[in-house]
Design a protein around this ligand. Structure first.
Ligand code: B12
Length: 222
């Protein structure tokens, strides 16, 4: 099968809620030398974006949204080890605590961010979804995190990001940790408004930002 065909197949598997088809094509993508990140960006993500639009226009409903997410999640189980293998032998960069904010259960983008951080040498503590601000603080202090990465996929849960920043401020430890934000509805403007340190449109952007911040911090403290 051609590269373009596999990528189109991955998109179609999400649109057809075809878990087994998606798994088969994911293995085929890796076997044929496609990069796992390409399989995500050019295949699975294209499908899930269309699903999101169809959900918004009420062409499909929650059960279909869940089935499409399952195709993505099962494919990610196959892709994750391949992504992690890309980072073997990298020097240690720093510590990151990540999570999806309170009230929000979307995990796919946040987990991908965590995987890419690991690939580039970060020790990652993934707090999961629906994370209370206090948990971010607790883990950041416990691990001496350089980076705190917050994900939100809904306009209704974005205020939870502001709350996290305010919790760090109230605790008097705001300057010790770099807070990065990301997820579908989040923007650079919103990031500035809530006084977070940086916004990553994609997980890869977020990794680059995290690396820059850690390097800058080391340069100042040395
Ligand atoms: C899959 C999905 C689900 C799945 C999630 C499964 C899972 N385990 O994650 C399920 C079925 C559970 C779900 C549930 C719901 N969903 Co939903 N969901 C989606 C969908 C289709 C795709 C999200 C996704 O995984 N994308 C793929 C990943 C790879 O992309 P991503 O998350 O954007 O992440 C990328 C970047 O943003 C970035 N990134 C992400 N986080 C971070 C963090 C940092 C620090 C950085 C730097 C970068 C970064 O990295 C990623 C790769 O580059 C979106 C549509 C959309 N366009 O986003 C709707 C969407 C987010 N859902 C929506 C809704 C409404 C819901 C529900 C409320 C539905 C309901 N009636 O119950 C519930 C939410 C329940 C809750 N309390 O959270 C709406 C939100 C609308 C809004 N208010 O803003 C959307 C936008 C659909 C729509 N168009 O209406 N959903």
């Amino acid at each position: 099968m051609e590269r373009a065909e596999i990528l189109e197949g991955l998109k179609q598997a999400v649109l057809a809620y075809d878990v087994e088809g998606g798994k088969g094509l994911t293995r085929q993508a890796l076997d044929s030398g496609l990069s796992p990140l390409e399989a995500i960006d050019e295949g699975l993500s294209r499908g899930i974006r269309i699903i999101g639009d169809k959900f918004q226009t009420m062409e499909i409903f929650l059960p279909e949204l869940m089935m499409a997410a399952k195709v993505f999640l099962e494919a990610m189980k196959i892709l994750e080890p391949a992504i992690l293998a890309l980072g073997e032998g990298r020097p240690r960069r720093g510590v990151a605590v990540i999570g999806t904010v309170k009230g929000d259960v979307h995990s796919i983008g946040k987990d991908l961010y965590g995987t890419l951080l690991k690939v580039s040498g970060f020790e990652v503590h993934n707090l999961g979804v629906n994370v209370h601000p206090g948990k971010f603080i607790e883990k950041a202090i416990e691990t001496g995190a350089d980076i705190v990465g917050l994900s939100a996929l809904m306009t209704t849960t974005m205020p939870g990001m502001r709350e996290v920043v305010e919790f760090f401020q109230a605790k008097g430890i705001r300057e010790r940790h770099t807070i990065l934000v990301g997820g579908g509805p989040v923007t650079e403007t919103f990031c500035k408004k809530i006084q977070a340190d940086g916004y990553g449109e994609t997980a890869q952007d977020g990794v680059e930002l995290a690396t820059e911040f850690v390097q800058r911090r080391r340069a100042i403290t040395q």
